[in-house]
Design a protein around this ligand. Structure first.
Ligand SMILES: Cc1cc2nc3c(=O)[nH]c(=O)nc-3n(C[C@H](O)[C@H](O)[C@H](O)COP(=O)(O)OP(=O)(O)OC[C@H]3O[C@@H](n4cnc5c(N)ncnc54)[C@H](O)[C@@H]3O)c2cc1C
Length: 420
């Protein structure tokens, strides 16, 4: 959606295909990072965005055994917003799509599922999609696969995926939150388990981190054992653990870390999770996908307006974004490995001395705040006019003839149009 917005704003004709009829999905990350908020500021959208209901996460705490510490502080990030905004993805996407629709060259098609690619010899020239009215073909100068970690587009293009073994999965569920509970996201590690609690106002979005593929055994042990685990990790949840009444309330996230060897083919590019599935560690997957979109728009809007994107221009997007991806995935892997080591001890654990020393060093929570809140190689909107989309169009920015594509899921596109 971000790429669709940015390309449309730069006068490229964009068709965005989304296979669902709405954005109302189960939880899949609600974090809007300081760097994304800064992009909204650059685009003149920040003020309206922050009028939507959200919580502000200014720091992150942790408990390791009985050692409590502040792990991350966003108080010093060099952006206007020194917090992560916690907002459901559907609000984020509805906001962005309503802003994008102000551009006449932006076309969002809900209920359109990309099912395959169109080709002219070795060049990809568009997508096939299943729609409520039946199958259609959409031609495009460029197809951008932004269809997530189970990407149809990358599979259809035959792009090679490099998988990295991940030792964990996450069980996501909700549990009510009381006013006197800790308000910043809390990671708790103890008794051979790890629990993440994200403050969403009236409830916690909770994630129990488990060994990979161990959900069936956890189920075998029964719901009472599951609730007892919660109560042991966070004793203030003891009276509420009973809110988890069935396994249906618990969603398994099969954690993946992977990336494409090559993110592009002639006429096609993949970004976001379609190019590199991220672990939820650090909650940075959305941020990385947004940053990919900005880099793509910065590098390709000009060529798309001219109607042809070359191999080397597509390669430039991968070259720009591959390092931040690999760097972030490396640290996610290290975090998983460290966590899994603690899983072998089912009793109360002691925080490692190194952890105690590290978090006691002045400036470390701020440094980590910068790493998580901004990330590596932050992108900025090129030529951003700090004004609203509508007024930009009133000034005649939006009507150029070209097309680009863009959004979320995927791909579709155009002859003189870009499909995302
Ligand atoms: C349970 C869970 C929790 C997470 N928690 C966090 C978190 O706290 N913070 C964070 O930053 N990241 C989190 N992530 C990761 C984050 O969701 C992703 O990294 C991020 O959403 C990637 O964005 P994307 O646009 O590339 O793909 P997605 O957000 O996956 O979007 C892909 C879109 O494409 C659509 N689509 C798929 N196939 C097709 C098709 N064939 N045709 C048309 N449309 C299609 C989908 O419906 C979807 O709308 C979490 C992920 C999960 C699953």
């Amino acid at each position: 959606m971000m790429l669709g917005y940015l390309l449309a704003r730069q006068g490229v004709a964009v068709t965005v295909l989304e296979k669902h009829q709405d954005f109302f999905r189960d939880f899949r990350g609600d974090t809007v990072h300081p760097s994304t908020l800064e992009l909204f500021h650059e685009l003149g959208l920040l003020e309206d965005f922050l009028k939507l209901p959200h919580q502000k996460l200014r720091s992150l705490g942790g408990v390791f055994g009985d050692f409590h510490f502040q792990a991350i502080s966003f108080g010093h990030v060099p952006t206007r917003c020194k917090f992560v905004a916690l907002m459901p993805q559907w609000d984020f996407l509805n906001f962005l799509s309503s802003e994008a629709r102000k551009f006449p060259n932006f076309d969002l098609r809900m209920g359109y599922e990309a099912t395959g690619l169109l080709r002219d010899a070795s060049r990809i020239t568009g997508v096939e999609a299943q729609t409520p009215e039946g199958p259609v073909q959409i031609q495009a100068d460029l197809v951008v696969g932004c269809d997530g970690r189970h990407s149809t587009v990358r599979r259809a293009a035959g792009l090679e995926v490099l998988e990295t073994g991940v030792p964990i999965d996450v069980l996501w569920f909700r549990i009510s939150r009381h006013a006197d509970d800790p308000d910043d996201l809390f990671g708790i590690v103890n008794y051979g388990r790890a629990l993440v609690l994200i403050n969403r106002g009236g409830y916690f979005q909770a994630g129990l981190i488990i060994r990979k593929d161990s959900f069936p055994q956890i189920k075998e042990c029964g719901l009472n054992a599951f609730r007892e685990t919660l109560a042991k990790l966070a004793p203030y949840l003891r009276g509420r653990a009973g809110e988890v009444e069935s396994w249906e309330q618990i969603k398994l996230l099969t954690v993946q870390i992977n990336r494409l060897q090559t993110w592009y083919r002639s006429g096609l590019l993949c970004i976001g999770d379609a190019a590199h599935a991220m672990s939820p560690a650090g909650g940075v997957g959305i941020n990385l996908a947004v940053q990919d979109a900005v880099a793509t728009a910065n590098l390709l809007a000009g060529p798309l307006r001219e109607g042809r994107v070359t191999h080397s221009q597509l390669r430039a997007v991968q070259q720009r974004r591959e390092f931040p991806t690999r760097f972030t995935q490396f640290f996610q892997l290290k975090a998983h490995q460290g966590l899994v080591r603690t899983f072998s001890n089912p009793g109360p654990i002691e925080a490692p001395r190194l952890l105690k020393i590290a978090v006691g060093i002045p400036g470390v929570p701020q440094l980590l705040g910068r790493a998580v809140g901004i990330g590596i190689r932050p992108e900025h909107v090129r030529g951003a006019p700090k004004r609203r989309a509508a007024s930009a169009m009133a000034l005649g920015v939006g009507a150029a003839a070209l097309t680009a594509v863009g959004v979320f899921a995927l791909a579709g596109l155009l002859r003189r149009r870009t499909v995302v």
